[in-house]
Design a protein around this ligand. Structure first.
Ligand SMILES: Nc1ncnc2c1ncn2[C@@H]1O[C@H](COP(=O)(O)OP(=O)(O)OP(=O)(O)O)[C@@H](O)[C@H]1O
Length: 322
């Protein structure tokens, strides 16, 4: 596909779904995101681009509430987003005596554990608000089937409590059947209708990415945020991913997408925001952004566009010239 291929007609854009104003995020002395504004309207596809380390994922994490911005505000459906509360600390028992500690230390030599990355927030809080996301690194339940993975996403919308689930009463069985049916419907929607019983870990890479999107859709979001949805995909899978995002938009959802593939972004999006060193460099239509010399310069300066086969901004601009 060339950039001059006409994308499907944009869906009617509605009211504001997401509004980020003056979002700033510091990590110690590092200013990862500085005073960034973004408005996303109903039925709109917005692209987030920028060289490596520009602050795209950090900004994303502020939008979803995974991070609490150092300053600024994010409003979703008119309501301010809140970062998840840290888990309550259990009351620490009185410290054992030094002698007791020594005895245990001698008896058990515990190997030092690798440091784990912080867990994402409890999904329900973010999901109930009507926002869903996928991650740069695929996060599926590898040993579950495709159907089960989507059903897990769906459980955030079911109401059966713990006791009903344990007793497996009629309400639980009704909800289970509805969850299963909806999960199958979503697998059909993303083009994985025939992979229902495949284990996630055995699925081709492009299918795993689509499965993640199906799981995100299972939460009935108003807005879906996709972090590098085509990373590692071949051109055919990338084209399928683009068609799928258009289909999602046609359902009336809003989409925010981070992607390094410029051809993909400029063909897909209604609007594009380019971040550089944590700040907004340019925001506008794909045509405005791809022809802005500052964008090309930012990519060349970052060394990210040195490969003559890739689709950095200047490659796309050159191709688009008559
Ligand atoms: N948890 C963190 N603690 C400290 N610094 C961080 C943290 N997360 C990101 N950074 C730093 O913030 C800056 C922006 O990183 P971020 O991952 O948001 O960029 P990006 O545009 O998404 O990059 P890429 O395209 O490579 O994914 C980088 O300098 C990064 O090292």
């Amino acid at each position: 596909m060339t950039v001059t291929d006409a994308p499907p007609a944009a869906a009617a854009v509605g009211g504001t779904v997401l509004e980020a104003s003056g979002v700033t995020m510091r990590f110690g002395g590092l200013l990862a995101v500085n005073n960034v504004n973004l408005t996303v309207r109903e039925g709109e596809i917005v692209g987030l681009i920028g060289p490596n380390g520009a602050g795209k994922t950090t900004f994303f994490n502020c939008l979803t509430g995974l991070y609490k911005p150092t300053s600024g505000q994010v409003r979703f459906a008119g309501v301010p987003r809140k970062a998840p509360k840290p888990p309550k600390r259990k009351r620490v028992k009185k410290a054992p005596s030094a002698a007791a500690v020594d005895a245990v230390t001698v008896a058990v030599q515990v190997p030092s554990l690798p440091k784990l990355s912080p867990l994402p927030p409890k999904p329900r809080a973010v999901v109930r608000a009507g926002m869903a996301r996928t991650f740069q690194n695929i996060r599926l339940f590898a040993n579950m089937t495709a159907l089960e993975n989507v059903m897990v996403g769906r459980y955030s919308r079911t109401s059966a409590g713990a006791i009903t689930s344990v007793l497996r009463g009629p309400k639980f069985r009704r909800e289970e059947a509805a969850t299963r049916a909806r999960a199958q419907e979503l697998l059909d929607f993303v083009g994985l209708g025939k992979s229902t019983e495949h284990l996630a870990r055995n699925m081709p890479y492009g299918d795993q990415r689509r499965l993640e999107i199906a799981r995100a859709l299972a939460t009935d979001p108003k807005l879906i945020l996709l972090d590098e949805p085509t990373a590692g995909m071949n051109p055919q899978e990338t084209k399928q991913a683009m068609d799928l995002i258009f289909k999602i938009r046609d359902l009336g959802l809003s989409v925010v997408v981070i992607e390094h593939d410029m051809r993909f972004i400029f063909t897909l999006c209604d609007r594009v925001l380019c971040l550089v060193r944590g700040e907004t460099l340019v925001e506008g239509t794909p045509g405005e952004v791809q022809s802005d010399p500052r964008v090309i310069e930012a990519y060349i300066g970052s060394g990210e566009d040195d490969d003559e086969d890739d689709d950095g901004p200047q490659d796309v601009v050159e191709e688009a010239k008559p």
